[in-house]
Design a protein around this ligand. Structure first.
Ligand SMILES: CC(C)=CCC/C(C)=C/CC/C(C)=C/CC/C(C)=C/COP(=O)(O)OP(=O)(O)O
Ligand SMILES: O=P(O)(O)OC[C@@H](O)CO
Ligand SMILES: [Mg+2]
Length: 230
């Protein structure tokens, strides 16, 4: 499969567990965002994932599913890529490799051309992903840089993802991660609600992700974050 995803600078993350007002999907799809990522930690099922895919697949934007569990790893319904996380900063091996092992034990077939592994560094302890994975979020810039470098240079993850889901992060931490990563594409996500924040994190990250703002702020804020990085 093509690796066009490496050129994306702005990704919009949609949560199958949340509702969008009528017309919102079209506005999002035509906002200039490079791709739609369908993802959430809590209450994502094959059913609500399929419903959301049916809503978004008409617009021709690249579609990524980012499964939080093996049952949400789907390869059909117009999905272009499966971005599969592993959490670097947890001591609970389930979220590093355990779920992945379980996935391969039960899957009938996996289209590896579609799979892009992501090294998550989870930094908001109050987010669903922080709580569920038991991530150690009290990391210094040096700690984050070390995790980012080991993910990039040793494990050779194609994506390193600085995840502050729900809260705006520390730009100095993202800068440290950027300095440590040589080959991987650096993602930043968390709390972006303005052009200024998008531009600030976009200085260090290759790709920024906007999620909650789509539901809580609306289309003008999403468009402003797109313009800030494109
Ligand atoms: C092996 C397979 C196919 C799946 C397992 C993948 C793993 C290890 C996931 C662990 C990390 C995780 C749960 C990622 C989900 C993506 C993510 C970070 C979504 C954002 O979640 P939040 O915004 O915190 O959650 P809500 O939006 O549900 O509140
Ligand atoms: O929802 P927000 O806070 O924008 O975070 C985006 C994304 O990184 C969540 O996984
Ligand atoms: Mg979320």
């Amino acid at each position: 499969m093509h690796a066009n995803w490496k050129t994306w600078v702005h990704v919009t993350k949609l949560d199958p567990d949340k509702r969008l007002p009528k017309g919102a999907v079209e506005e999002i799809a035509t906002s200039g965002t490079d791709a739609l990522m369908l993802s959430g930690t809590l209450n994502v099922t094959r059913e609500n994932l399929h419903e959301l895919l049916d809503l978004v697949s008409a617009y021709g934007l690249p579609l990524v599913v980012e499964p939080a569990s093996p049952d949400c790893a789907i390869f059909d319904k117009g999905v272009d890529h499966l971005f599969v996380p592993s959490v670097m900063n947890t001591n609970d091996v389930r979220w590093v490799v355990g779920k992945h092992y379980a996935w391969l034990r039960q899957a009938s077939s996996i289209d590896w051309e579609m799979v892009v592994p992501e090294a998550y560094i989870v930094l908001n302890p109050n987010s669903a992903v922080g709580r569920v994975t038991g991530a150690d979020c009290s990391l210094s810039a040096g700690d984050v840089a070390a995790f980012a470098e080991v993910a990039d240079r040793y494990f050779k993850f194609p994506i390193v993802y600085i995840e502050y889901s729900g809260t705006y992060g520390d730009p100095a931490i993202v800068q440290a991660a950027a300095g440590a990563v040589e080959h991987a594409t650096l993602y930043y996500g968390g709390g972006i609600r303005s052009a200024e924040q998008a531009a600030e994190m976009g200085r260090y990250a290759d790709t920024i992700v906007v999620g909650n703002a789509v539901y809580e702020e609306g289309i003008d804020v999403l468009r402003a974050t797109v313009r800030a990085v494109q």
